[in-house]
Ligand binder design. Structure first.
Ligand code: 3PG
Length: 208
């Protein structure tokens, strides 16, 4: 198992901004119907922790928390049932606290210095953020050359089109993005579209 923990084997990680926790379970079922069995709920809405708690109740579905930027948030989401934690940047304190609790962790990095910090913290997978703005796959390849022991999960600007390209690279175990799970779709309760976009994404990467 990698340090991403429960995310192992999941090739597409939906990045969710959800306003109404009552939609969380339906959202998990909609993603699962499309072949995606995990989600990162970002702490960008006031009810995100409640949404994590609700999604954690869905059998067979892996829920994590994103946009975790301090220890208080890390503790709250783990208490709510988050199985992994994603951050936009690197915090050794969050990494340590999360791993101590037995959950997966995926901190964001953007440079060689941060890659070294992640390796020194014992990590073998990191998020590459914001992926498209930093040069996308070409930059991941450049970073993977000196750091072959690290997996890079691009996040930020990943699209239905770029996801398969990223995933074809051996340095990329998974991609993360919001393209199949727009905030407006969730708010509108348009779970059919979420399922269709998820199914398309899974078909495009050629994996179950
Ligand atoms: C984010 O910052 O919300 C994630 O990196 C996902 O980005 P995206 O909405 O561009 O897919």
């Amino acid at each position: 198992m990698t340090t991403a923990g429960a995310l192992d084997g999941h090739r597409i990680v939906p990045v969710v901004v959800i306003d109404d926790p009552a939609r969380a379970a339906d959202l998990a079922h909609a993603l699962a119907a499309g072949g995606i069995h995990c989600a990162e709920i970002t702490l960008r809405t006031s009810n995100a922790v409640e949404a994590i708690r609700a999604m954690a109740e869905v059998p067979g579905f892996v829920v994590g928390a994103g946009t975790v930027v301090n220890l208080e948030q890390a503790s709250a989401v783990l208490d709510a049932g988050a199985q992994f934690i994603v951050s936009p940047g690197f915090s050794a304190a969050i990494v340590d606290a999360t791993r101590t609790r037995g959950a997966g962790v995926l901190p964001g990095i953007a440079t060689g210095t941060e890659a070294m910090t992640a390796l020194q913290a014992g990590l073998d997978v990191v998020k590459f953020f914001p992926a498209d703005r930093l040069g996308g796959l070409a930059t991941i390849r450049a970073l993977a050359a000196p750091f072959p022991q690290l997996g890079f999960v691009p996040s930020g600007g990943v699209t239905a089109l770029s996801a398969p390209e990223y995933l074809a690279d051996p340095a990329v175990p998974a991609v993360s993005g919001s393209w199949m799970v727009g905030r407006d779709l969730i708010t509108a309760g348009d779970f059919e579209t979420i399922t269709r976009l998820s199914r398309d994404a899974v078909a495009a990467i050629g994996a179950p």
